[in-house]
Design a protein around this ligand. Structure first.
Ligand SMILES: [Zn+2]
Length: 279
């Protein structure tokens, strides 16, 4: 499997996750490669883990660990004059394969973020974005994200986080933007956006990704089938011993024949390989 969403280092008031511990977690779970996402926005986590730290760790395990880069959109004068393209291009030249995890406490269509979307599109770097009630903010139905998908068709947006996944169902409430809604799903904005926009993907990592599947399994398996070309396996592993129930969920779905083997393979590694241009 390829994990599209992991972290290293100290992010929370918990012990830091060493690269060797991440590799052991990967070995235990049949994960061949993992994307490591630096954290450079002040929101969400308590500490930063910079692109430089991620590049350093990935250099020691180039066959297993894939570096992404991160740039806070408020760098420079905190306006659109910052040359994000130049910064991200340099990171790409140093080996970064994508951008994220984007976690800034801004509206998702903020003019500074748009400069980053544009740069990532030009550089063909897929982006992982975390959406909730405070970070990459949007309204119900994700109208702002939809405008960005239209405006930046070359930019690959990989959505993740409580608000993104709450949009799997039509009847979400504002409190669900930062929560883990339960219960039966009525087909929501996500199905439409994933089928309509070639440049939108969904990252199944973290409690939010797992909850979206587990809350209504009768909806989940057909959802995985329908969107088999647009979903990516991920864990958001960031501290030693963390539970990642989506691993078992997806493996069991394949073993019990609840999803096709071909669907599992696409979600587990083929889609990520295509996006990251790896063999
Ligand atoms: Zn994360």
């Amino acid at each position: 499997m390829i994990d599209i969403h992991t972290h290293i280092g100290k992010l929370m008031l918990k012990k830091a996750l060493k690269p060797s511990q991440l590799l052991k977690f990967m070995d235990r779970n049949g994960i061949e490669k993992a994307v490591i996402l630096p954290i450079e926005n002040p929101e969400e986590t308590y500490y930063y883990v910079t692109t430089d730290e991620v590049l350093k760790a990935c250099k020691r395990h180039p066959d297993r660990l894939i570096p992404f880069c991160n740039v806070d959109p408020r760098r420079g004068n905190s306006d659109t004059s910052t040359d994000f393209y130049k910064i991200i291009k340099e990171y790409k030249e140093r080996g970064c394969k994508g951008f994220g995890e984007e976690l800034s406490g801004l509206w998702i269509d903020d003019a500074r973020l748009q400069k980053i979307y544009e740069a990532c599109g030009r550089l063909r770097m897929p982006m992982v974005l975390h959406l909730d009630g405070l970070r990459n903010k949007d309204n119900k139905g994700l109208p702002k994200l939809e405008r960005m998908l239209k405006k930046f068709p070359k930019t690959i947006f990989i959505g993740h986080g409580p608000h993104f996944w709450a949009e799997i169902s039509l009847d979400l409430k504002r409190k669900d933007f930062t929560g883990y809604p339960k219960g039966k799903i009525k087909r929501g904005a996500l199905d439409r956006l994933l089928s309509q926009y070639l440049n939108l993907y969904g990252d199944l990592s973290a409690g939010s990704g797992y909850n979206a599947l587990a809350r209504d399994i009768n909806f989940a398996y057909p959802f995985l089938e329908r969107n088999q070309d647009k979903l990516l396996f991920g864990t958001d592993y960031l501290s030693p011993g963390q539970k990642c129930p989506q691993i078992k969920f997806l493996k069991e779905a394949k073993e019990k024949g609840l999803i096709k083997k071909k669907t599992f393979e696409k979600i587990a590694f083929k889609n990520s390989k295509r996006l990251l241009k790896i063999r």
